[in-house]
Design a protein around this ligand. Sequence first.
Ligand SMILES: Nc1nc2c(ncn2[C@@H]2O[C@H](COP(=O)(O)OP(=O)(O)OP(=O)(O)O)[C@@H](O)[C@H]2O)c(=O)[nH]1
Ligand SMILES: *[C@@H]1O[C@H](CO)[C@@H](O)[C@H](O)[C@H]1NC(C)=O
Ligand SMILES: *[C@@H]1O[C@H](CO)[C@@H](O)[C@H](O)[C@H]1NC(C)=O
Ligand SMILES: *[C@@H]1O[C@H](CO)[C@@H](O)[C@H](O)[C@H]1NC(C)=O
Length: 408
Amino acid sequence: WLSEGSRVNTILKVSAMTNIDLYLLYDVNPPEGFNLRRDVYIRMASLVKTLRKEGDDWVLVLPPWGRLYHWQSSNVHQIRIPWGEFFSLTSLQANVPVIEYEEFIAENGGPFIDQVLVLQNYAEGWTDGKWEEKVDERPCIDKLMYSKDKQGYSRGWFWGYEETRAQNVTCISAQGHASIMSPVLQKNITVTSVMLDRAETLLHDHYAGKDYWDTRRSMVFSKHLRLIGDDFREKYLNSTDDRDHTIYSEDWTRMKAKLGSAKGGPYLGVHLRRKDFIWGHREDVPSLKGAVKKIRSLMKKHKLDNVFVATDADEEELRELRGLLPDMVRFEPSREDLELFKDGGVAIIDQWICAHARFFIGTSVSTFSFRIHEEREILGFDATATYNRFCGDTEKECEQPTHWKIVF
Ligand SMILES: Nc1nc2c(ncn2[C@@H]2O[C@H](COP(=O)(O)OP(=O)(O)OP(=O)(O)O)[C@@H](O)[C@H]2O)c(=O)[nH]1
Ligand SMILES: *[C@@H]1O[C@H](CO)[C@@H](O)[C@H](O)[C@H]1NC(C)=O
Ligand SMILES: *[C@@H]1O[C@H](CO)[C@@H](O)[C@H](O)[C@H]1NC(C)=O
Ligand SMILES: *[C@@H]1O[C@H](CO)[C@@H](O)[C@H](O)[C@H]1NC(C)=O
């Protein structure tokens, strides 16, 4: 009953009949940070939703966190971190079926990935200067980050799981939104586990649309991190959900705060991105002096006595900042806390505290700041209290961030 040309469909049907899941794994270009990776998750969740609409039981395998360039705290174990340490898995699962990588290994019968598709652009770029959506199997443009072992399996980084191997690695040129991969995965793949490497190559299906926001709202931070942030707010910033009108529902599907309903705690929230943002002497990033001047003027304008600062500034800049702004409040984890939460957890706590401020100002085109905007949108803050950024000291046109309204 294998009719010609239907091998793929047949195998997929057999899988569905026997309730075998199909697994979509993915990874992102190594230099990308935590907050861009959170954005790529939204694109992959959208692809899985499209695949499931077509009828097959695809499950998204969550790529373990680790080896991130910015996570440099020494002597803290920072690889093979499951998503459950940072996000609420039940919340993610209420949006799209997801499993941790170790669950995949167990369900799949071992650390094997059938097919890795390395996504890349087109070697020839846009033909005739015209952009069109397309996807084709093509020779690999860059040197592959995988190598064959003695048995002929492909070995690679695989999130620090050394025993993991792939049966087959090929390159695909793709130009378009995430769901452009849906036909490829349905028709051209005769396997049960597929990994898309360099998944950031794919664009959002519909940026800031309903599906985008459903997935974004489902990315609820894990409870232990939220609790640490809430305790800190109460203890050092006189901020509680009751008084600040930021009541949070554990069930994100019921979290529908009205725009403008959140008041926020009596403090200014600041995200001051430094490090690589100042090394390039970017025109849109202020000096510390410039930033503090703006902070002072905002505190006065909004009658706020407290300022909470989240920053990745190095020791030297931090000392300078403390000199200019001695009254700033910062979340400074103890050694044990850092080992427990890791750099990713501390970043989340910083974001959570900024998200609850009466007024927030962030850094130009920082995905760290963008994720705070979204969190505040979910909590129901007025746009004027959220979509603000520092201007460079000599920046002429200082365009402010875009307001992306939630689509429920
Ligand atoms: N705790 C803490 N960490 C920060 C802060 N700002 C930046 N970082 C760290 O630096 C990393 C870089 O920022 P990300 O936004 O995640 O990285 P990215 O995706 O490259 O995004 P950009 O900010 O756009 O560079 C974060 O993941 C954090 O680890 C901050 O205010 N607090
Ligand atoms: C799918 O497979 C067919 C036949 O092998 C091939 O011609 C086509 O280019 C493939 N499509 C994609 C998108 O990879
Ligand atoms: C590897 O995958 C490609 C593309 O799907 C396929 O053409 C090829 O036959 C596969 N090779 C092996 C050894 O399975
Ligand atoms: C905290 O806020 C409440 C309500 O706004 C206020 O009454 C109280 O005095 C504040 N406490 C401190 C220590 O500032």
